[in-house]
Design a binder for this molecule. Structure first.
Ligand code: MF3
Ligand code: CO
Length: 248
């Protein structure tokens, strides 16, 4: 069941969403060769605490950290550790918080030092596919229009869409209906209505779309070792169009 949010609830969701955006903005500046994902996790946790926000992922199905850090061939749900990032890596950071009963959720992928042209293209296309999806998230359109926007944008540029993980509705729970696949058919699926709040999150691979979960039961990696990128925004559907709540 899709839970519609009132104007007042959307206003309340701005608070966790803005905090997530600010903290990801800070994390982006911290990413450089030599930093560990453990340090990034600590920064996110401290910044959330300062703002009175609860980290949404820590403890969620026993996830052990505040931030998801997924370098290179890791797709999502990478667990922060003490190994240092190095120039040429890419790193996806996914963060969510809870404030006053409402969640915000967003993710970015950023370069570490100097990266290859291919890695840079993957990051650019993944971010642009998120904006294509958001453009399609108009009241009266259907969920399939959003999914298809990502898939067509990405596949036309030679990359592939991860199928085993999806975006989601968000509000008083981190994950609400509907599920939002990053592939699909235009004009199919539920009709988008004002009051829906969606976490749209393309996960895009350089090579094959196939992924698997490591023995830690969290870290999702590409099967072929190719790079993967991830961007996510929490977006409110309004009568005046989509509104990105996690925009800085
Ligand atoms: N943004 C991710 C999601 O919406 C983060 C979940 S990580 C978890 O699913 F640890 F909380 F599972
Ligand atoms: Co999410």
């Amino acid at each position: 069941m899709i839970i519609l949010k009132s104007r007042d609830e959307i206003d309340r969701m701005r608070v966790p969403c803005r905090i997530v955006a600010e903290i990801l903005y800070g994390l982006r500046a911290l990413v450089k060769p030599g930093v560990t994902t453990f340090e990034l996790d600590l920064f996110a946790a401290n910044e959330a605490r300062k703002r009175g926000a609860k980290c949404a992922f820590r403890g969620y199905h026993n996830y052990p950290s505040s931030l998801c850090c997924s370098p290179n061939e890791q797709v999502v749900h990478g667990i922060p550790n003490k190994s240092a990032l190095k120039s040429g890596d890419i790193i996806s950071m996914d963060f969510g918080v809870l404030v006053d009963g409402y969640y915000g959720d967003s993710a970015i992928t950023v370069p570490v030092g100097e990266i290859s042209a291919a890695a840079n293209m993957l990051i650019t296309v993944t971010e642009e596919s998120l904006y294509a999806a958001i453009d399609a998230a108009q009241s009266g359109n259907r969920l399939g229009d959003v999914s298809f926007a990502v898939q067509s944008y990405v596949e036309n540029r030679g990359f592939s869409v991860v199928r085993d993980f999806v975006g989601h509705g968000i509000g008083k729970s981190l994950h609400e209906d509907p599920q939002i696949p990053n592939y699909g058919l235009p004009s199919k699926g539920v009709k988008l209505k004002p009051g829906m709040v969606l976490a749209i999150e393309p996960m895009i691979n350089e090579k094959s779309h196939e992924v698997r979960v490591l023995d830690d039961n969290w870290t999702v990696v590409t099967c072929d070792g190719g790079l993967s990128a991830h961007f996510e925004h929490t977006v409110a559907i309004t009568e005046h169009g989509p509104e990105i709540l996690t925009r800085i």
